[in-house]
Design a protein around this ligand. Structure first.
Ligand code: FES
Length: 356
């Protein structure tokens, strides 16, 4: 360990988005004193801090160099900047600029389309297809501009659903209403309300509601898929190397993020390395506009608010799903006293706290 004694200086409270040149050596400033952020200019001399070197192997690699200098994964941001301030950075929805932003409504396909391919989809207003005892529709996918992930909405009123497969993709489920038994390639799990579930590549699944209550769920397929496949039989290929697949809500697992919190549902702990699902709380507020390097599907579980992009906005309420393309600037405002509960699926990504 170094001989440094002081905490680093905070150059700024968010990371630096940078496109890197293959093979070039970058020296990231760790002390926070450099005038050439995020790079070293030699100002660390005498502080005990040392710059961190990084050489990208790929052309055009996009990275977020930490600006707060408190990251646990130097030289890159790990979201630690969110907890250096007591409150999440906010924007004023009543400012003259924001008041002038026009509101868009739903189109015929139950979507309200914002800037950059971002949209809000209302499954309750969508035309559902039927297959055996399933009703379903596509929420996110190539037809709607997604590059990385697809998402489908399903309802099962009673009895075993057909066996559903997305081939060699990874699949993440979220039980949005009701409770169910989920069979994954021959192994059965109980899935309580608002739990997440993970299906590994090549596995298939079936969802059976508990008697007397329909179940509604969303399935994200990564990489994106055009449609689910229906199998005649359940395969017997459950990957026993990752035995835990259903993650219930658990307030003891919440992680703080300024005045917000989130709980990871599907992540590395159940074997999912590049698809991540979390549940989070947004208090009554409008976040400062920001971006992510991952593509995201956000399900509004409770509350209501407004989704903002550069110069458009649309109301959101419980049941809606928001599609956010990579790098799309946005802000999700909660407008009710209790705030909003949301479930996010990010891909490719493993940390919902990283924003820029
Ligand atoms: S900017 Fe330092 S952790 Fe994000």
């Amino acid at each position: 360990m170094s001989d440094r004694t002081d905490p680093p200086e905070i150059a700024r409270y968010k990371p630096f988005y940078t496109e890197l040149e293959k093979g070039r050596n970058y020296l990231w400033c760790s002390c926070g004193r450099s005038a050439s952020q995020p790079y070293c200019d030699g100002s660390h001399r005498g502080t005990g801090f040392k710059p961190v070197s990084y050489t990208p192997a790929d052309k055009g690699e996009e990275v977020l160099f930490c600006g707060c200098k408190h990251t646990g994964t130097p030289p890159f941001c790990d979201g630690s900047h969110n907890n250096l301030l007591p409150d999440y950075p906010l924007d004023d929805p009543g400012s003259p600029e924001n008041q002038a932003v026009p509101e868009v409504g739903l189109t015929g396909d139950a979507r309200a389309v914002l800037n950059g391919g971002c949209y809000v989809f209302s499954p309750g207003k969508a035309a559902l297809r039927e297959f055996e005892n399933l009703k379903y529709c596509a929420v996110i996918g190539p037809d709607f501009g997604a590059i990385y992930q697809s998402q489908f909405y399903f309802e099962v009123s009673a009895g075993q659903s057909p066996v559903i497969s997305f081939g060699d993709r990874e699949v993440v489920l979220f039980i949005s209403a009701g409770e169910a038994e989920i069979c994954i390639s021959g192994k059965t799990f109980y899935a309580p309300p608002h739990s997440g579930a993970y299906i590994r590549q090549g596995e298939a699944f079936r969802v059976t509601p508990e008697p007397g209550e329909p179940v509604k769920f969303l399935a994200s397929a990564c990489p994106r898929a055009d449609a689910p496949e229906w199998l005649e039989d359940m395969p017997d290929n459950f990957d026993r190397a990752e035995p835990d697949r259903v993650v219930p809500l658990d307030p003891s697992q919440r992680q703080g993020m300024a005045d917000r919190y989130f709980q990871m549902l599907v992540d590395k702990a159940v074997g999912s390395n590049v698809v991540t699902q979390f549940i989070g709380h947004i208090p009554l507020s409008k976040a400062e506009p920001h971006r992510h390097l991952y593509e995201e599907a956000l399900i509004i579980l409770s509350g209501q608010g407004c989704m903002w992009t550069e110069n458009l906005k649309t109301p959101v309420r419980a049941g809606d799903v928001i599609f956010l393309p990579r790098k799309q600037i946005h802000s999700l405002e909660a407008t009710n006293e209790d705030g909003m509960l949301v479930v996010g699926t990010i891909y490719p990504g493993d940390n919902p706290a990283i924003n820029y």
